[in-house]
Write a protein that binds this ligand. Structure first.
Ligand code: ADP
Ligand code: ZN
Length: 606
């Protein structure tokens, strides 16, 4: 291997991107790919995957081809590269013919470092011919989990990417994803013929994200309380399951003084991309969206990601929450979850068209998700364990900060199971709970359920408590919700030992939904970045300058500089270009473009 390679890689990192050192495995990956090796890179969202192919593309002869599934985001990716002085372009269907011809010429003559293409474009004869006639530095396959047929982002076009290996056997390929489970990893290696590629698996921990999962009461109201008390004017994402709920939630937030925009696949394309672009370009906007939103969104200063509905799997949940705090600053992942979520998700699996094997996979994924929601121990330990990583209590999740109280729930669960049995397993949650609590509803009288031995045996608990117990019984697999029209509750085989007293059940104590309080101890990263009053003023001033500059250049604000960089400038108060050069995120090109203006702002304010 070329001995000067790692020195040249580091030099590019510092002078072009303005970062002092590689993070985690970045350095090894860059060297491996730059020397011509294939790689499969698993790194969490925000881990820094882009540099892993951008720097090798600069180090190698020819143009680096980046396969990316989302044409809507290519413009921002190219803008960001051009800002640091890297020659980049994209080829996609939004361009005119003349523009396409121009880019193709640049690719052929090697006057460009990186070109972004969507997989369906890459597979066209025209594009393959172009790359045949050009010198290719590498192929980077971003969001590589899209090849996984059982995954949450399946894209059939991705499967055809295996031909790259056959057609360009001497060009190194690097596949990258933030989805880490074994099955997806194996599928990527198999389908992209990356069996011999070196695998780089990073830690999936995102220590700056604080995870919390609360019991759902009035979900929307809880969401509003959470945002107003913890994230006043921050940018964030709120995920909902249905299009209708997206619209309603966005309206609700707007009525309550929070600037929210909807995003879902049912909206027309122009409206959808306009909202996406506002979210990326403006500050403090809350995007309320279905999971159609978010892949490839590189906005680094998303401060919170909320879920108003239960996600289907931990992979999906982790990827969605990972969109918060990419800049390394503190961020929140917040979810409200309740009995109805469990019922709904189970029913969706039962009613889906999938075959039995697939349903079993879906069901196992849901069980793991429920286990995370109901856990009595650290959320992060559970999350990382799911990705095969061992860790200790994190101190930055709800269960670490306010440990939940557990209790021996055997007796109440027995009461619940007996009641389900006594009403012949033909009634839904509401009715079963009414019987338990001894409420004399019309329906109870009609069915003479007030004469059952179980009538009123649970009168000591409130309805919400019984819902929490039932939810956990479902999560534990003791009760299922039938997919008949009534959603009636049924006992499983696992219920028998509990009813007989042969198995005890540990439950999480129901906690009344409380108003979210701002965490009293900011996490470590935050404390380090805490600004004094005068520094805060500089930071605000720099943000205004950034907004104006971004508008003038017609790019997203974060592409000029991230919040983390502006904060560092506000703390360091550089009085010369030389001092500014040392700040993380300030490379040579940006120093030339903006250095004088920034130093002038600092001088003016001190
Ligand atoms: P990913 O694609 O893995 O989600 P990105 O490549 O978008 O992550 O990087 C996430 C953030 O981390 C970006 O803001 C990027 O500029 C920053 N970053 C990446 N590598 C480094 C590094 N070595 N030092 C400092 N910041 C970095
Ligand atoms: Zn924890």
């Amino acid at each position: 291997m070329d001995p000067g390679l790692s020195a040249r890689a580091l030099d590019l990192l510092q002078t072009v991107f303005g970062y002092p050192a590689f993070r985690g495995q970045q350095g090894d990956i860059v060297e491996h790919v730059a020397s011509g090796g294939d790689a499969l890179v698993l790194m969490p969202t925000g881990g820094g995957k882009s540099l892993c192919y951008q720097i090798p593309a600069l180090l190698r002869d020819g143009v680096g081809v980046v396969v990316s599934p989302l044409i809507a985001l290519m413009q921002d990716q190219v803008d960001a590269l051009e800002e640091v002085g890297v020659r980049a372009a994209f080829l996609n269907s939004t361009q005119t013919f003349e523009e396409t011809m121009r880019i193709e010429r640049l690719v052929r003559s090697g006057e460009i470092d990186l070109v972004y293409v969507a997989p369906e474009r890459l597979m066209t004869q025209r594009c393959l011919d172009l790359f045949d006639a050009s010198r290719i530095a590498l192929f980077a396959i971003d969001e590589a989990h899209c090849v996984s047929q059982w995954g949450h982002d399946f894209r059939p076009e991705y499967i055809r990417l295996s031909i790259l290996h056959e057609r360009f056997p001497n060009v190194p390929r690097i596949a990258l994803t933030a989805t880490a489970d074994q099955q997806t990893r194996a599928e990527i290696a198999m389908r992209l013929q990356l069996g011999d590629a070196r695998q780089f698996v990073s830690s999936f921990d995102r220590p700056n994200i604080r995870y919390s999962i609360v019991e759902k009461g009035n979900g929307r109201k809880q969401l509003l309380d959470f945002i107003t008390s913890e994230h006043g004017s921050d940018a964030g994402i709120v995920y909902c399951l249905s299009r209708k709920k997206v619209e309603e939630t966005a309206d609700f937030l707007n009525e309550n003084g929070i600037r929210a925009l909807p995003y879902h696949a049912g909206m027309d394309y122009a409206k959808r991309s306009a909202n996406q672009s506002r979210f990326l370009r403006e500050e403090s906007i809350v995007m309320v969206a279905t999971i159609a939103f978010g892949m490839g969104i590189d906005k680094p200063d998303v401060r919170f990601v909320c879920h108003l509905d239960l996600p289907k799997s931990i992979e999906g949940y982790y990827q969605e929450t990972g969109r918060g705090g990419r800049d390394g600053m503190p961020a929140s992942a917040w979810m409200a979850y309740g009995l109805q979520d469990v019922v709904l998700q189970r029913r969706m699996i039962d009613e889906s068209e999938a075959d039995e094997t697939f349903k079993r996979v879906l069901s196992m994924k849901l069980d793991a998700m429920l286990g995370l929601c109901e856990t009595l121990t650290c959320r992060r330990v559970r999350l990382l364990d799911y990705f095969g990583e061992q860790s200790g209590p994190c101190g930055n999740c709800d269960t670490c900060l306010i440990p939940p109280v557990s209790f021996d729930g055997t007796v109440p669960v027995q009461k619940l199971l007996s009641t389900v049995y006594r009403v012949d397993q033909r009634f839904a949650a509401g009715h079963v709970i009414d019987v338990l609590r001894g409420v004399e509803t019309d329906r109870i009288k009609q069915w003479h359920h007030d004469s059952l031995s179980v009538f009123g045996i649970g009168a000591e608990r409130a309805e919400a408590e019984w819902r929490a117990i039932l939810r956990q019984a479902i999560a534990l697999g003791l009760v299922t919700v039938d997919h008949d029209a009534y959603s009636s509750l049924k006992l499983t085989d696992a219920a028998r030992p509990v009813l007989k007293g042969a198995r005890s059940v540990q439950l999480r104590q129901y906690q009344k939904p409380v108003k979210a309080k701002r965490a009293s101890t900011p996490s470590k990263g935050y404390a380090e970045m805490e600004l004094s009053k005068s520094e805060q003023a500089i930071f605000e001033r720099l943000r205004r300058w950034r907004m104006d500059t971004a508008r003038a250049h017609n790019v997203a604000a974060y592409i000029i500089f991230g919040d983390a960089t502006l904060r560092e400038i506000a703390k360091a108060k550089p009085s010369s270009l030389q001092e500014l050069r040392g700040v993380t995120g300030v490379g040579e090109k940006k120093l030339v473009s903006y250095g004088d203006e920034i130093v002038a702002i600092i001088m003016e304010m001190s």
